[in-house]
Each structure stands twice: as C-alpha cells, then as structure tokens.
Design a protein around this ligand. Structure first.
Ligand code: DX5
Ligand code: ZN
Length: 221
C-alpha cells in the first residue's frame, strides 16, 4: 500500500488557508489534517466547524479531523456537516469511548482513536471493533514543530502486532520528517501526518514527496 501523507494545516499560514490547502493538494497530499483544539484539553486554540465549512470549498481531498477537545461528541455533527470524513477522538477525553466512536460512525464518518504518548495501547485494542484507525501521537498534542518522541516507535510496533491483522490502520502525528518516516513505515504506519515538515518548507510538493519516498524506503507499505 502506498503511504499516505496528510499535511496538518496547524503549521500553515492561517491568513491564507485556502491557498495553502490548494498548494498541498497540488503537491500530492492524500488527506488534509485539521487540528481542532479547545484550549482545555490542550493549551492552544484553533478553529471549529464554521471555518472547516469554508476550507472544504478549497479541496477535493478527504478532510481528517483530529479533536483535541474535552467534549468531542458535541463537535462531531457540525464537523460532518462541514465536510469532514474522518474523525479521531482522544481516549483521554472520553469516558464513554464506545458511544463516542459509534456516534462518529452513525454520522457517516470514519472513526479513529488518538492516543497520547503515554496512554496505554490497550485502549486501541479494546476499541478495535469501533475504529478504522489509530492516531498515535508521537508528541504531546497542542503545538506543531515539536521533537518526535523516540518511544513512539516501539509503541507502534506493538500496536501493529496486536491490531495489524484486524485491518485497523495506523496513523502517526508529531515530528514526522523524512528522517523519522522510514522506521515508522517499517513498524506499520501507513498514514503520516506532517505539519511543519510540509508547511515550513519552501517547496511543499517536494516536502510531501520526500516524506513519501522516505516511507517507501521503510518498506512495509
Ligand atoms: C499536534 C498536532 C499535529 C501537528 C504536527 O498537536 O496534532 O497534527 O500539526 O505538527 P508537526 O508535524 O510539526 O510535529
Ligand atoms: Zn493532529
């Protein structure tokens, strides 16, 4: 399977998001990753469904929302109506995780489970019947441009061993570059979320291509 690259617009120029999205679509991106932050679960604020609705007009790519909020259930209907097709929610914020994940599927979107760097992987194993993908955080969420946490790699290897045969996709988010991508691909990652490595680069198409080539070198995909 071809590795998929999902640029995170958190590192884009927010004053011209439409152009930024069009540029990464033309540059070969597979998904657009939308970081939704509420200033409670993470110490940062971004945007919500009204902004996403406008952004959706600028791309035909699937919109992939990553909800870093304490009340994810409340946002799901508005995001789906705005055009989001994949939604990851954090295990750490959801006391009724099965209900929250099933609610995403009921709305017609693809559910994913995001795990912070020290959150036990067993959450994903238990939630496997209700998810299409796991979003493994390889930084503590909230900001772009952080350093990849090395311990994320053995976590992904373990997750791949336990979930790979169940058809659950593994995505990784945080500190993704052409240097970190090969080992992650070898460990079983198929979707690579990259913010600063794409949007801080002068040539976004080239940055996407370099991450993809690095992932292909890693092998398993
Ligand atoms: C972090 C976000 C990421 C972020 C990644 O909280 O979930 O999607 O944009 O940024 P980089 O690729 O710069 O680590
Ligand atoms: Zn993210």
């Amino acid at each position: 399977m071809r590795p998929r690259i999902a640029p995170s617009i958190l590192s884009a120029d927010f004053s011209r998001l439409g152009e930024e999205i069009r540029e990464v679509e033309a540059g070969g991106a597979d998904l657009i990753h939308l970081d939704i932050m509420d200033g409670h679960f993470v110490p940062n604020l971004t945007f919500g469904p009204p902004v996403v609705r406008w952004l959706a007009r600028h791309t035909a790519l699937p919109l992939d929302a990553h909800l870093m909020v304490t009340e994810p259930d409340a946002l799901v209907p508005g995001l789906v109506e705005a055009g989001v097709v994949r939604i990851a929610i954090h295990a750490e914020t959801c006391p009724h995780l099965q209900r929250s994940l099933a609610g995403i599927r009921d709305r017609g979107a693809s559910p994913g489970l995001a795990l912070n760097p020290a959150t036990p992987l067993v959450f994903a194993e238990e939630a496997a019947p209700w998810i299409d993908f796991v979003l493994v955080m390889s930084v503590n969420p909230g900001f772009g441009g952080q350093r990849f946490i090395a311990g994320s790699l053995p976590r992904i290897e373990r997750l791949h061993r336990s979930l790979g045969s169940q058809g659950v996709e593994i995505a990784v988010d945080g500190g993704i570059t052409p240097r970190t991508a090969p080992g992650l691909a070898a460990a079983g990652v198929t979707t690579f979320i990259a913010g600063s490595a794409v949007f801080a680069a002068p040539d976004r198409a080239r940055a996407i291509q370099e991450i993809r080539e690095a992932a292909l070198q890693g092998g398993r995909t």
